[in-house]
Design a protein around this ligand. Sequence first.
Ligand code: ATP
Length: 326
Amino acid sequence: MNIQIKNLYKSFGANRVLDYINLEIRSGEMFFLLGPSGCGKTTLLRSIAGFVDPDAGEILFDGKSVAKVPAYDRNTALVFQNYAVWPHLNVFENVAYGLRVRKVANDELQRRVHTALKQVGMESYAERKPATLSGGQLQRTSLARAIVVEPDVLLFDEPLSNLDAKLRLEIRAEIKRLHGELKRTSIYVTHDQHEALTMADRVAVMHSGHVQQIGTPREIYEQPANSFVASFIGEINLFNANSPLAPLLKTNANSEKFGFRPEKVELSGHGIPAKVIDNAFLGASSELLLETANGEKIKCHCNSPVANGEQVHFTVRTEHILHFEQ
Ligand code: ATP
């Protein structure tokens, strides 16, 4: 299922939550909506699901407008942050629920629920009630409930937010594996850049109701469209064009701002003098904060031991300096 969003506009009072959004989600891809809290990504997801009525613009599923198609007829399935399982039903019945609503015959229902539970590794929990399950098991149950109805589009709304770091990695891998197996068009909302970078085929970075950039994780990281994207995805040392660093780094583009990633800073015997003012040991490497004679601060990574207060020199190759108009 291919999804096109054309000039989509939604406001709540004076708050323009979706400010004429345009994007296309390709059939079978894992597409991420990434942005800070309040940027409109959940509203966009809920508009696609049919739970929010846009004020203007169009949403097309395989070229056809879904404006008049109610949520229950869009053949999408949602996986939420808070699982949204029925507490009084056991795992089997929670997963079977969507099939019972669709009046699927019992034989087929049994087969499909067992297959879905197997796909998420929950077969042996079929009889358990939600109150007896861990967060990871609850989220696996909601995954099974979403895939069992064989939706054209899978929608994920921050599905890992309630899980601890270890479970987050586990369910993240599970969603990625399931997507590889099922190849359903999937739209995934998150504010977590790591989730987006590790799982997405493509990402739309959103800010204040606008799409800032659409691209593969690599494109967005290596060629950010503006300074917002550059600082939201990964870390960047960002300066105004009139910074005293500009002539020292020989950046001569006429842009408003320039910047470079910490991993692109090379410490060497020559280059710009600076002092190490902070030093975070990360095991295999250290993260340093340098300060130049002009008081500019630069983050960089270093593989050999360097002490606080030590004088160093650094360079950044011109091809690694990014230029931004805003
Ligand atoms: P978060 O990750 O915090 O949910 P988000 O990017 O998903 O953020 P949305 O949930 O889409 O953002 O909300 C965007 C803006 O719209 C916010 O300012 C929110 O308060 C507002 N908003 C969302 N739904 C409604 C509503 N039903 N009524 C009024 N304002 C709303």
